[in-house]
Design a protein around this ligand. Structure first.
Ligand SMILES: Nc1nc2c(ncn2[C@@H]2O[C@H](COP(=O)(O)OP(=O)(O)OP(=O)(O)O)[C@@H](O)[C@H]2O)c(=O)[nH]1
Ligand SMILES: [Mg+2]
Length: 177
């Protein structure tokens, strides 16, 4: 089954400090590959992620942002949701996550859907969610082991479509290369 043009489409923005694992997480979903090198993202880039669920396909246009407030503010225009990422093995990035959360709320308001992910959960995890706000979910996630790696997308799929019993049948693995 293809997620064609009729599939519901939602813009999500991936935000966090440098090197927390944003691009690696996205590439894992796109290709199934785990990128070992840190190649800094210089400009915001949209990537289409297709998901196949028990009640149909849907597409997330995911904007992978460099860790720059201007780039994040620009990317938030027309966004349906935001993933705030930090490196759960590095304490200082939890502080960063709180600042990103504030920037997102100040720029886009309280009604925008937000999820928080502590990446690199395969390493010794020392941190819990830095954003304790009712309705803002948190998952430890690993792009290396795939631990919880579909959870934020399932959350957005359910909340944005209103189908709370939607389950994923297949993640996307369509390598662009
Ligand atoms: N152990 C482990 N390492 C990870 C994981 N995810 C990413 N990394 C590593 O973290 C480093 C940085 O990953 P990137 O995805 O480039 O980080 P980024 O957040 O996109 O960084 P910027 O583009 O600079 O903002 C790379 O060396 C990845 O291999 C993970 O789940 N586990
Ligand atoms: Mg990047």
């Amino acid at each position: 089954m293809q997620a064609g043009s009729q599939a519901p489409r939602f813009k999500l923005v991936l935000v966090g400090d440098a090197a927390v694992g944003k691009s690696t997480f996205l590439m894992r979903h796109l290709c199934g590959e785990f990128e070992r090198k840190h190649i800094p993202t210089m400009t915001s880039q949209p990537r289409d992620l297709q998901f196949y669920t028990t009640i149909g396909a849907l597409c997330f246009e995911v904007w992978d942002c460099p860790p720059s407030p201007e780039a994040v503010r620009e990317s938030l225009v027309d966004a349906s949701g935001v993933i705030i990422a930090f490196d759960a093995s590095q304490k200082e990035t939890t502080k960063g996550a709180r600042s990103w959360y504030k920037l997102v709320r100040d720029s886009a308001g309280e009604s925008l859907l937000v999820a928080v992910c502590g990446f690199k959960a395969d390493l010794r995890v020392r941190s819990r969610t830095p954003v304790k706000v009712p309705g803002v979910p948190y998952w430890p996630v690993s792009a290396r082991s795939n631990y919880n790696f579909e959870k934020p997308f399932l959350f957005f799929a359910r909340r944005l479509t209103g189908y709370h019993h939607r389950s994923l049948t297949r993640d996307t693995f369509e390598c662009p290369h």
